[in-house]
Each structure stands twice: as C-alpha cells, then as structure tokens.
Write a protein that binds this ligand. Structure first.
Ligand SMILES: Nc1nc2c(ncn2[C@@H]2O[C@H](COP(=O)(O)OP(=O)(O)OP(=O)(O)O)[C@@H](O)[C@H]2O)c(=O)[nH]1
Ligand SMILES: [Mg+2]
Length: 462
C-alpha cells in the first residue's frame, strides 16, 4: 500500500444520508469490478466484467455466502481512465434511506473495499492527473455554494478558467526565464538591449495579468463566502420587521413592545447573487437581566465583525440619545442609515442622520416600501459599482490569492531590477520563485500536508 493508500479500492456513500428516493454507493479502484462482481447479481445473468462502460444494469445486491438479497439496485460502470477518479468506478443506485445504503456499503467493505476518506475520490482525480489542484478545490466550492453566483463561479473554476489564465501567465514568464538563463550559461554572449526590452515588456504583461487576477479576487471571495450584515437600532425602530421584509417571511417576532428581540437572530439571504448573512440584534440598551446583558455584548461583537452595518432609525420619532449612541458606535464601520416608518408622520431630523452616513435610505419595513432600493444599495456597496460578474476569472480561494500576491510581487521586483540594471541572476531567481508559486496553485508541486488540509474539508463520498 502507498502512503496515500492509492492502491486500495475505496467505497463510500456518495449521496446525503437520510430519507431519499435513491442512495448511491460509489466504489473506485483497481478491484472495483471484481468486488462489484462478488456482490451483484444482474437479472440477465451476465458478469460485471463484461459490462460496457457507461451502461446501467438492473439486478440485486446479494450477500455472497448467505445468498440473501440486500437490495434491488441499478449498477453503473465507468472504466479507467474515463471516470471521475481515472480508475475503474462502480456506482450502485440503491434504495434511499439509511438502512439499504449502509447495508450495501458494508457488504462492499466486507468484500475488499476500504472506506474512503473525505474527498478521497476527488483527491484521486487530482493525483491521477485528471484535474489540477485549483479544479479540485472548485469541486468543494460547488458543493458548498450558497447562491447561484457562487455556483457559477465554482463551475468556471472547475472548467479550468483559472487554470488556463495561470498557465498563460506561467508560460509568459517561463519564456523570459529561458532567455535569461541562456545568458547566464553563456555570459560571453552578452544579452542584447533589444532582448532585454522584450523581456521587460513581457514581464510587464504578466504583471498586469496577475494584478487583474488579484483585483477580481475580492469579489470572488464575496461570492463564495458572502458578507455579514448587522441590523442595529434602538428598541422598536423596526429591526425585526426589516429582517422579515428582506427575508420575505416572518422569521423574527415583531411587536409594538420595545425590547421584543432579546437575542440575536441570524439568517442567510441572497441579494443579487451575494450570500448575505444578516443578523437582527436586540435593541436593548439598558439590560434588565443577565440574558439581556449577554445580548448587548453579542450585538457589540456582531457590529465589530460585520462587513456592513445597517443602522435603522424610527422616522416617526425624533432622534434620541439611544440613536446618537449607535451612530457613535458604528463610526468606524461601513454603515448605511435606514429611516423606517415613512408611512407615518415624519418626526425625525433626517439631516442630522445624513451627516453621519454616506447613504441614507427611507423605507417602510411594515408596508414593504423601498426594500428593493435597500437591497440595491447593499449590492452596490459590495461591488462598489464594479461588478464584473463571472466573465472575468474570479479567484475565490484564499490559498490562491496568497500565492498570486507573492508571484506578482516577485515579478514587479524583477521589473524594477531590470530597470535598475541589477544582476540578471537576481531577476531570474525571482522569476523562478514566481513560477513556483503559480505551480503551488495548480498543484504541480504539493506536500502531503497541503493535500490533507484541502481534502479534509470535503465530505466522505466526494
Ligand atoms: N407604521 C409602521 N410601523 C412599523 C414599521 N416597521 C415596524 N413597525 C412597527 O414597529 C413596531 C416594532 O417593530 P419591530 O420590528 O419589532 O422592532 P425592533 O426594532 O425589532 O424592536 P426590538 O426587537 O424590540 O428592539 C411593531 O409594532 C411594528 O409593526 C413601518 O415601516 N411602519
Ligand atoms: Mg426585534
């Protein structure tokens, strides 16, 4: 057995556990067909070895020695190298629910499979060269996508858009390295100034391509992980009503009694494709008991951690000391002011609010007025009006961003070294290191530790 157990045939349940129409047990490895043959009896009495790739077969999973039927199934075969893992793969579609799926899995394990580790199927796809590491990570992004936009982003990356962009940059800088290295090896053939000009120009191109990738990375991360928005405001301002309006359902209790929400309530909503974790806080400012004291502390912490704070004011009342306290509290945060209850007689001094915020939006949470305007304002703040959607390559992975940053810095350094006529050796070492960082993203070199970190975040069966 290799350290990875790459020679083992692995099995796992690929579908989520619970009541469902079907459940799939997936087997991958060199003995997949042999093991499937031991436990599967097709209706037409053929053998699993003879099944053509990409065909489905009806039959039964039968205990080999006891001859008892475990489940009625459909069994599919994909042959190496044209499978998810590039190994022989068998997928058994059993009845859903916990019992049938588990019984079939156990029988596969008893007959020669090892239980797969989290992400091990995808890890094999990577180790066997079907996808690079950034694509393997995209599989995880797809599984964990919370919105359509995040899904689109993951699919782009899986298709290899990012890989292609990185490979293009890699080729540009590698070509320049070759010229520079030739000069180091044969110093008598002094590198011409025309050559140097070309090298400088091409490295400049690589530099701006890397910068473009970094620019898109901020948006990529937002698409994947979302932003956190906290609604705060004095008691009765309409925080819970606003949460419900954004959710378009009654989630948080709304009453005319001040101090209705006694603790923070969190939900995820989709605003123009951005996953937004939105938090309704307790409006309490003077705690009456320990629960409320804790709630206030939590509200403070949420405000500190939030990407965006919505401060909601009751438009039908004049500005109070509580309002001013909150304005002070969010002074250093990205914050939007919302004046609520515009369906009632206005009492608030809007100007006094406006001077403290970049943007003020007037709404009625109860009558659902201007909620769309607020959503747009949130989206626009996130994208800063520069949303380029998934047309550009979005680097969503923090691991990738770090490496690209390092590579870009080295290339920028090389450029200034060339300008300042610093030694060619120095420039070429920088380029080599930059290539190393790009290779890290693509997984051309990797450590066991890195793979463990990436694949342990997967579920078993993927
Ligand atoms: N007329 C009017 N009433 C509103 C509006 N929004 C909220 N209210 C009312 O204001 C009261 C308080 O609303 P909530 O949403 O519970 O306020 P809150 O800020 O969550 O209050 P606490 O949880 O107590 O801090 C309720 O009676 C709501 O029906 C609005 O736009 N117009
Ligand atoms: Mg409330």
């Amino acid at each position: 057995m290799t350290k990875d157990g790459l020679l083992d045939t692995i099995a796992a349940v690929a579908t989520s556990v619970g009541v469902a129409g079907i459940g799939i047990v997936r087997i991958s490895g060199k003995d997949a067909l042999v093991i499937a043959d031991k436990i599967f009896v097709p209706r037409d009495k053929t053998r699993v070895f003879d099944f053509k790739a990409y065909t489905l077969h009806y039959g039964w999973i039968v205990h080999p020695s006891e001859k008892t039927i475990v489940d009625e199934v459909l069994l599919g075969v994909m042959r190496a190298p044209r499978s998810y893992t590039r190994e022989d793969v068998v997928e058994i579609n059993c009845h859903g629910g916990i019992v049938a799926v588990r019984a079939v899995l156990e029988l596969a394990l008893e007959n020669g499979c090892r239980l797969a580790n989290p992400g091990e199927f995808t890890k094999r796809a990577f180790l066997n060269g079907r996808i690079d590491l950034s694509q393997a990570e995209a599989v995880l992004d797809i599984i964990q996508a919370k919105t359509d936009a995040a899904l689109k982003l993951g699919s782009e990356q899986l298709r290899g858009t990012l890989s292609a962009g990185l490979k293009k940059i890699r080729k540009i800088i590698l070509d320049q390295l070759v010229v520079l290295e030739a000069n180091i090896d044969f110093p008598e053939e002094e590198i011409g100034s025309a050559d140097l000009r070309i090298i400088r120009k091409r490295l400049g191109e690589a530099n701006s391509l890397l910068k473009d990738l970094l620019y898109s990375s901020g948006q990529g991360r937002i698409m994947r992980e979302g932003i956190s928005v906290v609604i705060c405001g004095k008691p009765n301002a309409g925080k819970s009503s606003l949460l419900n309006a954004l959710l378009k359902q009654e989630r948080s209790i709304v009453t005319a009694v001040a101090g209705t929400t006694r603790d923070t309530i969190e939900e995820i909503i989709d605003i123009q494709g951005i996953p937004v974790r939105i938090v309704d806080t307790a409006g309490i400012l003077e705690p009456r008991d320990l629960v409320e004291k804790k709630a206030i502390q939590r509200t403070k912490r949420y405000i500190d951690l939030a990407d965006l704070v919505i401060v909601i004011f009751d438009g039908s009342r004049s500005l109070s000391a509580d309002d001013r306290l909150l304005i002070k509290r969010v002074k250093n945060k990205l914050a939007l002011a919302v004046i609520n209850k515009i369906d009632l007689l206005p009492k608030i001094n809007e100007k006094a609010v406006q001077v403290n915020f970049k943007q003020t939006i007037r709404i009625s949470a109860k009558k659902m007025r201007n909620i769309g305007l607020l959503e747009e304002a949130i989206a626009e703040l996130v994208y800063k009006g520069r949303l380029r959607s998934t047309e550009s390559i979005l680097v969503s992975n923090i691991r990738h961003i770090e490496k690209i940053k390092k590579a870009q810095k080295l290339i920028a350094e090389s450029l200034s070294s060339l300008d300042n006529k610093i030694s060619i050796e120095f420039v070429s070492q920088n380029i080599k290191d930059a290539i190393g960082y790009l290779d890290d993203i693509l997984g051309k070199k990797f450590s066991e530790d890195l793979l463990d970190r990436i694949f342990s975040r997967f579920c078993i069966g993927k």
